[in-house]
Structures are given as C-alpha cells and as structure tokens.
Design a protein around this ligand. Sequence first.
Ligand SMILES: [Zn+2]
Length: 466
Amino acid sequence: MAQLVARLTCPNCRQAFAAPVEQILDVEVDPTAKTRLLGGQVNLVVCPTCGFASTLDIPFIYHDRKKELALVFMPLAAGRTDLERQQAIGALSRAVMSTLPQEQRKGYLLNPQVFFSYESLVNRVLEADGITQEMIQAQRERAELLKRLLEASTPEDRLRVVRENEAKIDEDFFRILQLNLEQADLLGNQEAVRQLLEIQAMLAEQTPIGRRLAARTDAVRALREQPTRENLLNLLISTEDAATRTILIRLGLPLVDYLFFQKLTARIEDAETETERQRLEALREEVLKVREKMREEAREVVAARLQLVRELLASEEPELLARRRLVEMDDLFLSVLASEIEAAQQAGDSALAERLQNIWQLVMKLFQEQVPPELVLLTRLAESPDDETTRQILQQNGRLLNEQFLALLEQAEKDMRERGEEEVAQRLARALEIARPMVQTEDRRGKKRETTDRRTTPSGLIIARG
Ligand SMILES: [Zn+2]
C-alpha cells in the first residue's frame, strides 16, 4: 500500500499543508505503534504554520500478530456507503497480509474487527492486554486527582486534597505523575515541571507511599554512586520494602557473586539475635531467588532469538519474515546465529551451515538498507585499500558529495584519530583530500546546494558534532 499523503487546510489559520497518513499500524514492525495508538497520536497532524493540532478521521488497521489482533478503525465519515466501507476494510487487511510470509497469513486477518470510534478500538487493545474497564476507570481517577492537585491554589489546599484522596495515591498515581513530568520536560514547559516536582516533594513527605518511593530513589542512587558488594549488602539489609530490594538486586547483579555471599554468610554468623539471623537468612534466599529469575529471563530471550533463527530457516519467504522482525535482530540475535553457524560447521553439516549463512547475509543486507547512504559511503571509504579505489567510490556517489558530507568525513577522521585508529583515520584523510576538489567542481557547475541547514545531509541525517 503506497504511502498516503493528505492535503489539508488548517481549520485555525486556513493555511494549506500536506501530511503523511498512517494506514497500517503493525506492532511487530513498529514497536512504538501501540504506545502511539493508546496515546491518541495516530494520524494526529499539526499545522506547520500555527501549530494547531487535530486528528484525521481516516481508516487504518492495527495489527498485532502475536495476539492475533486485526482491528480496523472505520470512522463514519459522510458519503461512504456500506460497499465502500467493505472495500476499504478489505484493502487494509490485504495490505497487512502482503507484508506477511505465507505461513503466517492466518484467518483472523480475513475477518478484521471493525470499530467506528477510536476509543472502542483502544479499549479492545487494552482488553487483549488483560486491562479491564475498572482498571481504566481507576487510571482516569488518578489522572483527575493529579489535575486537581495542580489546580489547588495554596499548599494547604493541596494537602487537603491529598488527605481526602489517600486511597488513590498509590504506585499507579506516582507513575502517572512521572509520565506527566517527563512529558512537560520534553515540551519544555518549565512551569508545569516546577509544579509537578513540588507535588512530588510534598507527597514524599506527607504520604507513606511517597516516603517509600523517595527511599527507593535514594537507595538506587546510593548503589549507582558506590557500586560495591559491601554497599549493596548494607542497602539490602537496611531496606524494608521488598520491591526496592528486588530493584537493588537486579541493578547490582554483577556484584552478586561468591564474595558477596561470603560477606552475607559472615553477617549471618555474627548476628546477635535469633530474629536478626533469620532475617539475614531470608535475605540470602531472596537474593538467590531474584538472581535465578533473572537468569531464567535471560535464557528465555536467547530461546526466543533461537526460535526466530528456526522460523527463518523454515520460512518460504525468509526476507519478508526478516523485514517484519527486524526489531528483534539485535546483537544477541547475531551472536545466537553465529554460534548456530559454528555448531553446524563443527558437526560437518555444510548444507545447514550454508543456509544459516544465507540468513546472515540477508540480515546484513537489511541492516545496510537501514543505514543512511552517507554512512554506507563513509564505511566504504574507511575500508578502501588505495587512492584509486577511493576515487572510484567517490565518483560513483557524486550525488552525496557536498559540504555537509565533507564535514561528516572530517568529523569521522577526527573521531578515529582520537580512538587511536590511525590507519582508518589516514584513509579518511586521503578520501577527504580527493573529495574536496570534487565537491568544488559540483558547486561551480551551479548544481543546487541541497539545504539551508548546514548540519543536515541530503538524506536528512543530522551530523552530530563531537
Ligand atoms: Zn494553522
């Protein structure tokens, strides 16, 4: 399905502008899709002239393969007949199907659920996560409470609102508070940030949960500042909140080794009372349990990556499958794949090794596609064996050569030198010498210089200056 661009007229300032429209939201391909959907940001357009924001009432499909959810948003826009609606729904589900390898095209996609309101679609997604109407209601009440706290005009008023609503001030409430803080910070809304911090500080003094969370923040900071076995042990012993202890253990896992347990055992032996001894023994059990759980989680991730390798091997359309699952192809995936290749070679199964290597190459090809062309060019220049090759590479990529690319090249050379990669730096320096006159020729020929922003390259890559 081709990218749809909507031509719009701002209802506020009457300026015309164009905005891309999303028609397929697939959580496997784009992990931000779900958050954006839940946050009401799908097809939210902002007028570039006056900043007026509005949502477009345009159909889209939401797809979550693992949960077998295919949900179509079909607003009751004027002028649409039943038949037109059916056709639009069919087109959307076919578009999703075409991105799926044959073996994953399932029946639920043929019969997507249709929603006429955005809210009801969101509720279906939440329901699939096991989130009930009551939970949504509770969430809403907490958001409203925060609003009332922000509106309270004096500290006394605020405290009164807190006292009247203590049951609602729980971890969820603090999570909402934190989200609001981050959002205000992101938007640069200093006044809101100041007020929210004030509320947070007040709750840390005035409510038990606030005190507990403040203590958690302090404990985590203390461990970060001084990550030693002794410090971790002292923090664990002095922390009464079990959830905070779990966080400390997870954070300090590299410290939880033989030496750590030796120290803990010494404390147990030195315990002055029976109660103290039992408490420390329970702590030892707890640390072992959390560590085992984390190991289990790590094993599960490895198993999931291995499973993906198997699925790619079995797939009739591995490229389609790989494209969909690109987000799962991280360093861990590559190391699992590499060790599978090695194992196949050692077992003398050259046919399997070759098929695995084909997957490796496929993945590398997809990675290359993800990289901005300037970086691909830069990598090739860094690997070029001699001036002649460098010149050829540069000539083949004339369209990328401009002042911005020279700046990128210069920066890369400097970085490499600082990292002690003399040889690579030298190659980049040579490339720079060869490229410079080529860029000037381009300019003299009167070719248009792409952009006004000097820090942006033709593909939109922003050059970060070190
Ligand atoms: Zn406008």
